[in-house]
Ligand binder design. Structure first.
Ligand SMILES: [Fe+2]
Length: 449
């Protein structure tokens, strides 16, 4: 088996290319942050739209605070821009989201001034910072980490917009249609080892490291994510009321929470309607189902006589090319995501129909692994063999354990800087406000693999 190599299309090699990419990624993140925080008025910015989420104004100043802490103070050795008591207001580990509205936060105007001030100093700092010789800045890592952090908050802020009640304030062109070509329902992923994770991507986060060999048995994987139409069959068949399909903890949760359909769906006569970013519409049958928790995904799979893929199965399907026995960064290869390969970056305000993005297919023809919807896997969130927390334990390590499930592949709301074949996301199995769906897998029957 060949070991991991970074392809030629990544442009990571020259110092100049890395610096250009840092500026481009930070700038794109800030455009998104600005759009999401300027779309609502100041009352909406400071309001808490759901106990699950921070007020948007907290996200905004927290983005600037993390950027100041890591780039200006750590890398640059600069003094704090604001009284040091401000740091603890924006420390996610000191204040749970539900408590954040009661804090003496910076107001919207102060927050905007702060993030703008930090950013202009960061761009100056970047010019004089060598991108080698110190682990934190090697290959631009910490700058990339901050761009990823801001984009992760852009996704969280978009989830806040989805939970917000009121008139629509966001708009974007619709995603591309599916080409409508014939697709098999599932593909056979051959068994054998592959290299999971990465040791060479300079901006990969600690939980994606190190690269290590994993044996995966042959299995079948759905070519596309489960659609709303497919999920509606589960509902119509009484799936929510049939204990057989549910993990015991999921069954308790469904009873207690009274779940009967994905979040944001409601029944209207014979139709299912859904609310998305302030607009109510009939649920489109061919979109990937979204806003289902892990328990719902797991129950659907069992009802369908299938199961969720493990995290290793998902990554093998997304990165391994059986013809050459190599791994790539993305299903289509090592080149960056583009508008015709994946639905990322909030270019569209929802997933594309199942079967879209043929240019983003994996070597075996699996589509939409990157972008559209995060995909729940059956795996708990743990460290890979040889894991070492870096640059701080609170990024990943404190979440390791059986209470979180891993999601893969990014959503339409995730930016390309924070989405690659090795990227790992995690959440509680009851969470539904995230832009998550799933696809199913199954073991091979005797003689099939
Ligand atoms: Fe954060």
């Amino acid at each position: 088996m060949r070991s991991e190599a970074i392809g030629a299309g990544t442009a990571w090699l020259s110092d100049h290319a890395i610096r250009s990419r840092i500026v481009e990624d930070l700038t794109r993140a800030r455009r998104r942050t600005a759009l999401l925080t300027e779309a609502v008025d100041d009352d909406d910015l400071v309001r808490q739209h759901s106990a699950l989420m921070s007020p948007l104004v907290w996200d905004l100043a927290h983005i600037g605070n993390q950027e100041e802490l890591w780039l200006l103070r750590d890398v640059g050795g600069r003094d704090p821009l604001l009284p040091e008591t401000v740091d603890q207001l924006y420390d996610a580990f000191q204040h749970p989201r539900a408590d954040r509205p009661a804090l003496p936060l910076l107001d919207p105007a102060e927050s905007r001034r702060y993030v703008t001030d930090v950013r202009s100093r960061v761009i100056d700092l970047l010019d004089g910072t060598p991108l080698h010789g110190r682990r934190l800045t090697e290959g631009g890592f910490v700058f990339g980490m901050i761009a990823q952090h801001e984009q992760q908050h852009a996704e969280t802020m978009l989830a806040t917009h989805q939970l917000r009640h009121g008139e629509p304030v966001l708009d974007a062109p619709g995603p591309p249609r599916a080409p409508g070509d014939w697709l098999p329902a599932e593909v056979l992923v051959p068994g054998g080892p592959f290299t999971m994770g990465t040791s060479v991507h300079p901006w990969a986060l600690d939980n994606e490291r190190p690269a290590h060999q994993v044996q995966v048995r042959a299995f079948w994987l759905d070519t596309v994510p489960v659609s709303n139409a497919g999920y509606q069959e589960f509902i119509a068949d009484g799936g929510y009321a049939d204990r057989r399909w549910w993990d015991p903890a999921g069954w308790d949760h469904v009873q207690r929470a009274g779940l009967q359909a994905p979040l944001f769906w409601r029944r209207d006569g014979r139709d299912w309607l859904r609310r998305r970013f302030g607009r109510t519409e009939v649920v489109p049958p061919d979109e990937p189902v979204m806003h289902v928790c892990w328990y719902e995904a797991d129950a659907y799979a069992r009802w369908a006589g299938r199961r969720l893929p493990t995290e290793a199965e998902w990554e093998k399907a997304a990165r391994h090319d059986p013809a050459t026995d190599t791994v790539r960064q993305y299903p289509w290869g090592d080149d960056d995501p583009t508008a015709d390969r994946a639905n990322l970056g909030q270019d569209h305000l929802g997933p594309a129909p199942v079967g879209a993005y043929p240019a983003g297919a994996s070597p075996l023809g699996v589509r939409q692994l990157i972008g559209d919807v995060w995909e729940w896997t059956s795996s708990s969130f743990t460290g890979y063999p040889g894991f070492a927390a870096w640059p701080y334990r609170e990024y990943s390590e404190v979440f390791f354990g059986s209470e979180y499930r891993v999601l893969r592949g990014g959503s339409f709301a995730a930016d390309r800087v924070a989405c690659r074949g090795t990227f790992r996301n995690w959440d509680y199995p009851i969470r539904r406000q995230i832009f998550a769906g799933f696809r199913c897998a199954r073991d091979t029957a005797p003689g099939e693999g």
